[in-house]
Design a protein around this ligand. Structure first.
Ligand code: B12
Length: 260
């Protein structure tokens, strides 16, 4: 007797396709291995970040520094590629939150080591306040921004993560910084930047407010008067240097740093 299906699908074909998918599916380690950078030193550091092995991250960094690599350049050159592998595989659903947390801790440990190794530049160029938006705990990008600013001779007041809007305003009140930075990784938290902008203007502060982080883009930041968008952490010291040389005109900053 002919078997009839409720809908016109042959289960045999589905099973075959499913098997093929299973054969092709990789373990997280195999998937990561395809994404690591090729350089031997960099690869071992990226691998240690992915595995969340803090000690191995620092060990790898020590070897790279001993071989003559600059500790600050290793943040962008080795730690970031490691975290990029983690971010990509998390987005693709290959790894999950606990893995990401371990990798994030390993990454932060690595940033600390690089900061210590670099020391701070002797000349202090000016004060900058850095923070992560209220409600947001994602502080890896902010920590890189802080490390690069300090390495470039700026005195950074690091307010940390999940910082209430009023705490940021109070800090600007107290420190009169050259620049304020904000990082937001979530579409729900980035609106705190607009609130900060409005409260600063109410109080008559026209401090350049450099904003970045995964959730933020140039169109969003351009909506509030003091906002200047930066895509890369390395833009932060460039913006600060620009302010020192050319003044704190937001229009000029946008002309220089926004893509047109
Ligand atoms: C690591 C991570 C975590 C870690 C964070 C650890 C830590 N200490 O930071 C942990 C595991 C704790 C975590 C938790 C959560 N996370 Co999470 N997380 C990530 C992940 C995988 C990577 C983020 C990251 O660190 N990227 C690397 C850093 C270096 O990038 P960055 O911060 O953007 O910084 C770069 C630039 O933007 C720039 N930059 C940053 N700031 C600034 C500032 C200036 C001035 C300049 C110039 C430049 C600049 O410099 C850096 C590079 O040069 C992303 C996925 C992804 N693809 O981004 C999700 C992601 C951000 N998380 C997400 C979510 C939803 C969560 C949770 C709510 C999960 C949950 N269900 O509990 C919680 C959030 C809790 C909270 N209230 O904040 C979502 C956010 C979705 C959204 N659009 O709103 C993402 C996008 C994942 C996803 N695809 O869904 N997370």
């Amino acid at each position: 007797m002919e078997v009839r299906y409720l809908i016109d699908i042959d289960p045999g074909a589905i099973l075959v396709r499913y098997n093929v998918k299973m054969e092709k599916e990789m373990t997280p380690e195999e998937a990561a291995a395809e994404l690591y950078p090729k350089d031997e030193f960099i690869r071992s550091i990226a691998e240690a970040i992915f595995e969340g092995e803090e000690d191995d991250v620092v060990e790898g960094l020590k070897k790279a520094v001993a071989s003559g690599k600059d500790p600050i350049s290793l943040i962008n050159g080795a730690l970031m590629p490691g975290m990029a592998v983690v971010s990509r595989l998390y987005d693709e659903g290959v790894i999950f939150l606990p893995n990401v947390m371990m990798s994030a801790d390993a990454m932060l440990e690595g940033i600390e080591y690089c900061k210590e190794k670099a020391g701070t530049a002797p000349e202090v160029k000016g004060k900058i306040i850095c923070h992560v938006a209220e409600g947001d705990v994602h502080d890896i990008g902010k920590n890189i921004v802080v490390a690069l600013l300090r390495a470039n001779g700026y005195d950074v007041v690091d307010l940390g993560r999940d910082v209430p809007v009023d705490e940021v305003i109070d800090a600007v009140d107290k420190e009169s910084p050259l620049m304020l930075t904000g990082t937001a990784l979530m579409t729900t938290t980035m609106y705190a930047f607009k609130e900060i902008n409005d409260k600063l203007l109410e109080k008559g502060y026209r401090v350049p407010f450099a904003c970045g982080g995964g959730a933020v883009n140039q169109d969003f930041v351009a909506q509030y008067e003091l906002g200047v968008y930066g895509e890369e952490a390395s833009d932060a010291p460039k913006m600060a240097d620009f302010i020192k040389e050319n003044g704190d005109n937001i229009v000029k900053l946008r002309e220089k740093f926004h893509k047109h």
